[in-house]
Design a binder for this molecule. Structure first.
Ligand SMILES: NC(=O)C1=CN([C@@H]2O[C@H](COP(=O)(O)OP(=O)(O)OC[C@H]3O[C@@H](n4cnc5c(N)ncnc54)[C@H](OP(=O)(O)O)[C@@H]3O)[C@@H](O)[C@H]2O)C=CC1
Ligand SMILES: CC(=O)N[C@@H](CCC(=O)OP(=O)(O)O)C(=O)O
Length: 350
């Protein structure tokens, strides 16, 4: 892989949970010259002083955290910027970078929705850069590889949405399940909430405890319903119940839906999933009866998917597991970077 041409890359928000995982991947990526890592709180400090786990990583020794203004960043000669910033802040960075010709891969929610009005509804604020929404591609590489390859802004999907959309899109698109009967329960590790912990996320509050939250309308419903509506070619509304569980990284999702009358055998479900994911290196189909486990996908870009049918109820149960910081955030965004660079999509990720 040493003949891959290197692109100059910045990670903006490199001291957060997703930013740190981006560093872990990009410092070893043969197609990346990591020139800029930003953090306001750590500006001026060396990367390995703040994050000693990177001492043995190639190129980490010379790197310092900086806190450039977005205009300085835009003029710094970078070709790609990964934005691992809170939503709202990411859009403020994306606009000048886009205008300067820098390709943007945004891990926040700012460019995931096609309509500014839906952002307003779910994020309780006016969209900071509505004119750029039409430029952005929803970055689910298994579904939108070609569009991602040509994009100048990629909106990397949310962690929960990735775990739901990969099992659901093929089945909703093919009409094998009744899209208006979908109910999703997800369990997420605490890193899903980011590094600036609020009191309910402290160790003593989460350890030995499991709780639902975000009901009745978690903000990830907006992007999931958008993508399922596109797949179904009719409006889709789902029920989504997130839970916080006392693990650091990982999402386990369980989806229940009624089979459509045209689905008469589980082999149809299997055939549709196989056809869509046959050439998808990071989707592992565990088959009818398979049980995914977050332990099996930790620090990887894999999503494991299993399914079960209960003939008594005619319901299909789909299950998935991913690492929220990898396939749900950092690694998936690098998969999009690889597509944009037109190099093997697994580069730096296996
Ligand atoms: N955690 C997860 O599982 C997932 C997160 N995401 C999304 O990715 C983004 C990053 O998430 P996560 O890593 O969890 O977040 P963190 O809170 O862990 O990190 C945020 C980073 O942004 C920097 N930052 C915060 N505010 C500003 C600001 N106003 N200007 C410049 N830099 C700022 C912080 O550093 P400093 O304060 O030093 O500047 C830090 O490096 C979010 O939009 C999140 O929703 C997406 C999928 C999954
Ligand atoms: C456990 C936990 O709190 N998870 C976060 C996940 C959100 C996230 O990561 O946000 P984006 O993917 O939209 O950027 C939450 O439910 O708000």
């Amino acid at each position: 892989m040493s003949d891959v041409e290197k692109a100059k890359v910045a990670v903006v928000g490199a001291s957060g949970y997703s930013g740190i995982e981006l560093l872990r991947i990009l410092l070893k990526h043969p197609g990346v010259d990591l020139t800029t890592v930003t953090s306001r709180q750590n500006a001026g400090k060396s990367l390995v002083e703040v994050l000693p786990q990177f001492k043995a990583y190639p190129g980490a020794d010379g790197l310092k955290f900086t806190s450039p203004s977005v205009h300085e960043l835009a003029k710094s000669g970078i070709e790609f910027a990964f934005l691992a910033l809170p939503h709202g802040v990411a859009a403020e960075y994306a606009v000048p970078l886009f205008e300067a010709g820098v390709k943007v891969i945004d891990l926040s929610a700012d460019f995931r929705l096609n309509e500014a009005s839906v952002y307003r509804e779910f994020y309780d604020k006016v969209h900071p850069a509505p004119a750029l929404l039409k430029e952005a591609v929803y970055g689910l590489p298994e579904i939108r590889a070609k569009e991602i390859a040509n994009a100048r802004i990629v909106a990397s999907p949310g962690c929960y949405p990735t775990s739901m959309l990969l099992p659901l899109i093929p089945l909703v698109r093919s009409g094998l399940i009744e899209s208006n009967t979908i109910v999703v329960n997800s369990m997420s590790g605490v890193s899903g909430a980011g590094r600036s912990a609020a009191i309910p996320l402290l160790f003593a509050e989460c350890n030995e405890s499991v709780r639902p939250y975000g009901l009745p309308r978690h903000r990830h419903l907006s992007e999931v319903e958008q993508e399922l509506t596109i797949a179904a070619r009719k409006p889709v509304k789902i029920t989504f119940i997130p839970h916080l569980v006392p693990i650091t990284q990982g999402i386990c999702t369980t989806i229940v839906a009624e089979l459509a009358p045209r689905c008469t055998s589980m082999s149809q479900v299997e055939a549709v999933l196989e056809a869509v994911y046959r050439n998808a290196p990071f989707v592992r189909l565990l088959g009818n009866g398979g049980f995914p486990d977050t332990r099996h996908v930790r620090q990887t870009n894999f999503v494991d998917i299993g399914w079960h049918h209960d003939p008594r109820t005619k319901r299909l149960v789909l299950t998935s597991a991913e690492d929220n910081l990898w396939k749900g955030a950092a690694a998936q965004s690098v998969q999009s970077f690889n597509l944009m660079r037109r190099i093997d999509e697994t580069t730096g990720l296996l």
